[in-house]
Design a protein around this ligand. Sequence first.
Ligand SMILES: N[C@@H](CCC(=O)N[C@@H](CS)C(=O)NCC(=O)O)C(=O)O
Length: 233
Amino acid sequence: MVEQLPSILDASADPPTLFDGTTRLYVTYTCPYAQRTWIARNFKGLQEKIKLVPIDLQNRPTWYQEKVYHENKVPALEHNNEVRGESLDLIQYIDENFEGPKLLPEDPIKQEFATELLIYSDTLNKVNLSKITSKGDTLDEVDAAYDKLEEALAKFDGPFFLGEFSLVDIVYAPFVVERFKPLFAEVKNYDVTKGRPKLTKWIEELNKIDAYTATKCDPIELLGGIKKRFGID
Ligand SMILES: N[C@@H](CCC(=O)N[C@@H](CS)C(=O)NCC(=O)O)C(=O)O
């Protein structure tokens, strides 16, 4: 069943009745970090247990920083009278503290590889963002980053990084599939999947996962917003 998404809370909105025992995931629909936690929540079937609270970051309610999350960022999770942030920590927290399919396999070799790939995600994002916003046309570093992903996808049997769908796919998907791939195609005429069959298949398989597709925003609006924010033309 398609979830009816709640309306976005802006500066004029009242806060929810905080710390009343409800578990709340504060997100912004266009934020890729928040999207990671939202996918994890969906994949584990926690739509009823974890309530989505979308925040308008452009016109955000003052109570968000004052009463919910002092860092004033999304995502944040209100659970058991505490508020936590940081998407990488939160997806692991959601996996460990709630029911539903496991997002990290038991196999210690896969767990070790997951840790390596989770750490690498920040590097990949930095390399991509710096190249997409620069005027220079050398894409060697970007090429190397996607070669690394292609190689990583070959390590285990199955279309996903650890074979089966996991935290690792959740961490990369919002950035690679919906943001970098179309931005590089449009701005640098560079296809990140060209000559990379595993990456191509990974994207195809991700797009079959409802927990993920339910979190996608309108691509034109999303990419338009990113281009404006980073001055990409
Ligand atoms: N390291 C954080 C980054 C979260 C983040 O930067 N979120 C952005 C929105 S995409 C945000 O809340 N920015 C605060 C602001 O715009 O003031 C995480 O992984 O959760």
